[in-house]
Design a protein around this ligand. Structure first.
Ligand SMILES: Nc1ncnc2c1ncn2[C@@H]1O[C@H](COP(=O)(O)OP(=O)(O)OP(=O)(O)O)[C@@H](O)[C@H]1O
Ligand SMILES: [K+]
Ligand SMILES: [Mg+2]
Length: 678
């Protein structure tokens, strides 16, 4: 949905929307959710009262009206800036939601009745369980699973991807989305969602942040920041008796300013914008995260589970050779390979038919008579046919056929060829009739270009990659080494993935995995981050906490980077914010007491003009740093894959030290400017 959208941070429309929202968000009931900024709002109100009172009395501790007015306005602007940061992050989501809404319009639907007749109705009348027909040129009226047929579909309205995709019944790519368009062929589809709960509806409410919940990390940080605020409240209040003792009366404006400068307003103002922006970045990568927590967890992943076929390799395994017991491709052997693949819809099955055709061996399906076809399953790792004459033909993984077969001696003759194919990264399929081995079919697959670099990047981040495959250990080893994954599991059945995830989690690790099939659903649910492919089955999509619209299995790598970027951005802005506050302390406190306690002059390293301008400059700096950091909060800190400790050192240096130095320079500059203006 995003590739064709502009990605600039600010547009005139979102900015004006966000400005209006900044005022709406002043409502105390909303502000209280952000304790730091809520205290600033309270401070503004107190300053407003002080300003009014100072107009009527000459009480020294109230200060001058003019100065109080300026401080009041500055505090108010600080609150508005914080609100603006959140509002601009939300406004970006709203703009995306509007684009999506255009996709969700009423369309015609051809509902299929029990007697086979068709009723023309409207998309909004379709209920869960209804079956409808879609033909070339039709817009799909509702989310569903194809129960019959195959079609090429234009999903660009949702994914932004212009290349059509193929969706087919009885495969792991049987899902269609309402609002997308059928380009060719016709399919029967069963509705899987109730009206108003469609994928698009969910997506719209998600991008609008309608029910955005604070993540556990955000809550923890909010509590921490609130405690800081409490501590500084006490620090500020206890300054008063100290000042009395030193015989230096401090104006209320100075106390409140000091307090606001000391509390972590920078992170307080930017915290939720950072969270929203993280979700937004995921969305721009065409990932629908069901919660902000999922995106954050992705940033902490220790172990990444990946399929071999289709994830690390391109996945269109092609048959490239038939070898009987003598290493030849005799016609009878090829014919049996074809028979075993007649009803095999997998890329492997189809490519066997193709290769046979090149060798002039074709069999019409209806010429076989009353055969019963056995579909491939990852559980059996075999497929085949029971012929009317009683012969049972099977092809499959060598070890699966070995277990199925009685005549092991013939099979063992194949072993050498099997090893040879495997050692070159190919997949050998053994073919047997009536439990007697006949030969091997060689399948080849290509490792995705560029995948090695991505695994190297993950390793630098400290993420362990594990390839899980149903293929044999030799093929697995070859591909694992070529691709550069850290570990592999071969001859794995779907439930082995689940077991592996549990084992890792027992050691306290966080595990991510991607899947598309119904049999991936338990593992997807068990994983800390489960990403389902949009093309996948409904069960897989429901079990996972993210859906990838592009159905690109390598997207997991991006998901982890987005999560890391979110965590690091939040950590860095927090460090920066707290370091800032230290610097502000040194700007204000010496200025307050310099006159009465000359010893403090040693601390007055900034040498600001007057106590008033010191305070004013610190408050101005405190306010403008929020909008200045909005682009960083929204774009995220640029992330480079390095080890955790290097990263920590570097961030402390840049954001901790920088956080102390920047305000020194900033406040001094503002002080000079203010005094040259006055
Ligand atoms: N159409 C098929 N008919 C018979 N056997 C097959 C077929 N497709 C694959 N196999 C065999 O079953 C094995 C397991 O397949 P499965 O799809 O579970 O895993 P995979 O595709 O090898 O790896 P991955 O789990 O990474 O997708 C394959 O390695 C192959 O030996
Ligand atoms: K502050
Ligand atoms: Mg597979």
């Amino acid at each position: 949905m995003t590739k064709n959208q502009n990605t600039s941070l600010f547009t005139a429309e979102t900015v004006s929307q966000a400005m209006a929202q900044s005022f709406v968000k002043l409502k105390p009931a909303l502000m209280i959710k952000n304790p730091v900024m809520f205290t600033v709002e309270l401070g503004t109100v107190i300053m407003l009262i002080v300003t009014i009172l100072s107009g009527f009395t000459t009480n020294e501790s109230l200060g001058s009206v003019g100065y109080n007015t300026v401080i009041t306005l500055l505090l108010f602007v600080t609150v508005l800036f914080g609100n603006f940061a959140e509002a601009i992050a939300e406004a970006r989501g709203k703009a995306q939601a509007d684009t999506l809404r255009k996709t969700r319009k009423e369309t015609k639907a051809k509902r299929l009745n029990d007697d086979g007749s068709i009723t023309e109705t409207s998309s909004s009348d379709l209920k869960k369980g209804d079956i409808f027909l879609v033909e070339e040129g039709d817009v799909i009226p509702a989310d569903g699973e194809i129960i019959e047929g195959l079609a090429s579909i234009d999903e660009s309205a949702i994914t932004g991807e212009s290349a059509p995709v193929i969706r087919e019944a009885e495969t792991d790519h049987n899902s269609v989305i309402g609002g997308t368009k059928v380009l060719s062929d016709q399919i029967k589809v069963q509705v899987i969602t109730e009206p108003g709960e469609s994928f698009l509806d969910k997506m719209i409410s998600l991008v609008e942040g309608a029910n955005r919940q604070k993540t556990p990390n955000e809550i923890a940080l909010t509590i921490l920041l609130a405690s800081f605020t409490m501590v500084f409240l006490i620090v500020t209040i206890t300054l008063q008796p100290f000042a009395d003792y030193a015989n230096t009366p401090i104006a209320i404006a100075a106390l409140i300013s000091l307090f606001v400068c000391l509390i972590p307003t920078t992170i307080g103002g930017l915290l939720s914008a950072i969270g929203i922006a993280g979700m937004d970045r995921a969305l721009r990568a065409n990932i629908i995260a069901k919660s902000g927590k999922a995106v954050e967890t992705a940033g902490d992943i220790d172990t990444l589970l990946l399929d071999k076929t289709g994830t690390i390799t391109i996945g269109n395994r092609k048959a490239t050779g038939f070898f009987n017991l003598n290493g030849k491709a005799d016609e009878e052997f090829v014919r049996l390979a074809v028979l075993s693949s007649l009803s095999d819809n997998t890329p492997e099955g189809k490519s066997i038919l193709k290769l046979a055709k090149k060798q002039n061996v074709t069999v019409e399906k209806n010429s076989v008579g009353d055969a019963s076809f056995i579909k491939f399953s990852a559980e059996t790792r075999m497929s085949g046919v029971d012929l009317p004459d009683g012969r049972k033909v099977r092809k499959g993984a060598w070890d699966a056929i070995y277990k199925w077969s009685d005549n092991k001696t013939d099979l063992e003759k194949l072993e050498e060829k099997v090893k040879e194919i495997s050692n070159n990264g190919g997949t050998p399929l053994a073919l047997a009739v009536d439990k007697k081995a006949l030969g091997v079919i060689q399948l080849e697959d290509i490792i995705k270009p560029g995948i090695q670099e991505r695994f190297a990047r993950l390793r630098k981040m400290g993420v362990k990659t594990v390839m899980v495959t149903g293929d044999n250990p030799l093929t697995a080893k070859y591909i694992a080494e070529k691709a550069g994954v850290d570990d592999f599991i071969a001859e794995a059945k779907p439930e082995d993935k689940l077991e592996y995830i549990k084992k890792e989690q027992e050691q306290g690790k966080l595990v991510a995995m991607m899947g598309d099939g119904t049999n991936d659903a338990p593992a997807l649910a068990q994983a800390d981050v489960g990403v389902a492919m949009n093309s996948g089955t409904q069960a897989a999509k429901e079990a996972s906490n993210m859906v990838d619209l592009d159905s690109d299995p390598t997207k997991l790598l991006e998901v982890i980077e987005i999560g890391k970027q979110l965590l690091i951005t939040r950590g860095n802005v927090t460090t920066f914010s707290i370091a800032n506050d230290v610097a502000k302390y040194f700007a204000i406190v010496p200025a307050l007491f310099a006159a009465s306690i000359p010893g403090l002059n040693a601390m007055n390293i900034m040498n600001l003009a007057t106590p008033e301008s010191a305070i004013l400059s610190a408050v101005i700096f405190n306010a403008i740093i929020i909008p200045l950091l909005i682009p960083l909060a929204l774009r995220g800190v640029k992330y480079r894959p390095v080890g955790a400790s290097t990263l920590l050192t570097r961030n402390l240096l840049v954001y901790g030290l920088g956080g102390i130095i920047v305000p020194f320079i900033g406040i001094k500059a503002i002080d000079l400017l203010v005094n040259s203006l006055l």
